[in-house]
Ligand binder design. Structure first.
Ligand SMILES: NC(=O)c1ccc[n+]([C@@H]2O[C@H](COP(=O)([O-])OP(=O)(O)OC[C@H]3O[C@@H](n4cnc5c(N)ncnc54)[C@H](OP(=O)(O)O)[C@@H]3O)[C@@H](O)[C@H]2O)c1
Length: 497
């Protein structure tokens, strides 16, 4: 069909309406449908006149054909897309274990391109965590605009865990969500994909649809930790602006990336020529200060291995710092942009992250394998943890994992705070964060601080998300300014292995 109608979105965006019509032609008889709806059944009129049908008329047509205009009358509170994989199993596990009132107060479905794999995931998880609730199963191809819209109008919120995100059509799913009034939560840990969603912010804000990428262990958890830390510091200092914040992650060894995470890293590496400049921009997701050229914001700072007397240990580079710093800088900007009561954390905030080690030796050893994917793979192979797609750390190993995120923050006047967020395995935290965010969007939406926009987890969920995470087991604590973690824990765990 020539000259497709253009969707309402910002200039230069994909034209889902065109795709939608193309798909409808395959699915039903598009000309007949348009003739019945707009031209008194005269099919000859369609070819010459369909371009006069406006956006709202199309929208009405699809709501009429597919149903679901009112989000509160949709069958599911949320749908988990891409649930057949490893993270899918943990999301199901988290829901079966933690969500109260399944089937009465909360309904959900799982979706993906292969219903048999989805069914197999439910069975596998139910063997571990028995539950009477039968989630709906929706077959949906993320490349099909019709499938996507059917997905969006079946629920109040979609959780997308199908990755690598940069290799899927997830941006079209986001467009479908914005058009069809369905909130969106995902677990992506990819700067390039998140960057692709940034221009949707105004559209989502105007349409009042909440889009929350990065609601996961990597990304979302430190983002919420930084939010909570800034709040505590500001509260104690009459709202003084935060000048500096530094996160040091101290965690158990023995973790391993899932097959899906390895595939995601490989996708970014393979496409580095295309996405390298975005990934290397400290303000890739917005919020730049002094054109992003301040020395304290440079990525060079993230590579340092340095003695850190105030923690009694050593810093080393953290792979996810090159993602999380961007996200937290975006949160800082968003709070001001959205008109949050306390404004940004600090208009001149400098935010950095490192891993924390007991010794220089340990920092160098682990940092070496963390910054080279080849070395990391060799190490994983040796430990029998080089997982395929759909696989990851098993239940017992996951349950033994722990992570402590220490935040040191300082106001413009030199007032300081030290906090710690204590959590478990990153994949388990991903399940928790994404499900809790989706529950807020689908059951307590009116209480959320903002009703639309491309937001970070902390900005989207605010205090409600902190409370939900705390109620389900994450610890948020303020510690003494000179508090030192017990850095011998890593050595003893290593010895046990
Ligand atoms: N930020 C974080 O902390 C964090 C934590 C966990 C996971 N993640 C990310 O989440 C993603 C999933 O990880 P995982 O370990 O669960 O991977 P996985 O086990 O390989 O599962 C991937 C899932 O995505 C689906 N999928 C992949 N490509 C698709 C496509 N083109 N169309 C439709 N469905 C598609 C797969 O469906 P099929 O079964 O049909 O193949 C499967 O359900 C990865 O990108 C990973 O990096 C991020």
């Amino acid at each position: 069909m020539a000259n497709p109608p253009i969707v309402n979105g910002p200039d230069g965006f994909y034209e889902p309406r065109h795709q939608l019509l193309e798909d409808l032609i395959n699915k039903e008889n598009c000309t007949r449908i348009l003739a019945e709806e707009f031209f008194d059944g005269d099919e000859d009129m369609v070819e010459d006149n369909y371009q006069n049908i406006d956006e709202d008329e199309y929208k009405d047509l699809f709501f009429k054909r597919l149903g679901g205009r009112n989000r509160y009358q949709r069958p599911y509170h949320f749908v988990v897309y891409g649930a057949s994989g490893y993270t899918g199993s943990l999301v199901l596990e988290y829901i079966f274990q933690n969500v109260q009132g399944l089937g009465t107060d909360v309904t959900f479905a799982i979706a993906g391109r292969n219903p048999d794999k989805l069914r197999a995931r439910i069975e596998e998880v139910k063997q571990r965590i028995p539950n009477d609730y039968e989630p709906g199963i929706i077959k949906a191809n993320i490349d099909s605009a019709v499938d996507i819209r059917e997905l969006c109008i079946s629920a109040r919120c979609v959780i997308n865990i199908a990755g690598p995100f940069m290799l899927t059509n997830a941006a079209m799913l986001v467009e479908g969500c914005i058009e069809y009034d369905c909130d969106y939560v995902d677990v992506n840990g990819e700067v390039p994909f998140t960057h692709k969603l940034v221009p949707y912010h105004r559209w989502a804000k105007d349409t009042e649809v909440i889009i929350v990428p990065n609601a996961a262990g990597a990304g979302g958890l430190p983002d919420v930790g930084a939010f909570w830390t800034a709040q505590q510091l500001k509260k104690a200092n009459d709202g003084a602006e935060v000048q500096k914040m530094h996160m040091y992650l101290y965690g158990s060894p023995g973790g391993a990336p899932s097959g899906g995470t390895l595939a995601t890293r490989a996708a970014m590496t393979k496409n580095i020529a295309e996405v390298g400049a975005i990934m290397g921009n400290p303000f890739a997701l917005g919020g730049s200060i002094e054109n992003g050229k301040r020395p304290e914001d440079s990525d060079k700072n993230l590579n340092s291995i340095e003695h850190l007397p105030e923690y009694g240990g050593w810093t080393g580079p953290f792979t996810y710092a090159f993602f999380e710093t961007r996200l937290i800088r975006r949160s800082n900007w968003l709070l001001a942009e959205m008109g949050a009561p306390g404004g940004a954390y600090g208009r001149r905030l400098s935010y950095l992250e490192h891993l924390l080690f007991p010794s220089e030796e340990a920092a160098k050893a682990i940092a070496g394998s963390a910054t080279s994917s080849k070395k990391e793979e060799e190490k994983l192979k040796k430990e029998n943890k080089l997982y395929k797609l759909g696989e990851g750390l098993d239940y017992d190993r996951r349950k033994a994992m722990w992570a402590e995120y220490y935040f040191s923050a300082e106001t413009v006047d030199g007032a300081k705070i030290r906090t710690v967020v204590k959590a478990g395995d990153g994949y388990e935290e991903t399940a928790r964060m994404s499900v809790e965010m989706a529950l807020l969007c689908s059951t307590r939406r009116e209480k959320l601080p903002f009703q639309g926009g491309v937001l970070t987890p902390s900005v989207a969920g605010g205090d409600l998300l902190v409370d939900a995470l705390a109620a389900s087991g994450i610890k948020f604590e303020t510690v003494a300014e000179d508090f030192k973690p017990d850095l011998t824990r890593i050595t003893s765990l290593n010895n046990e292995e």
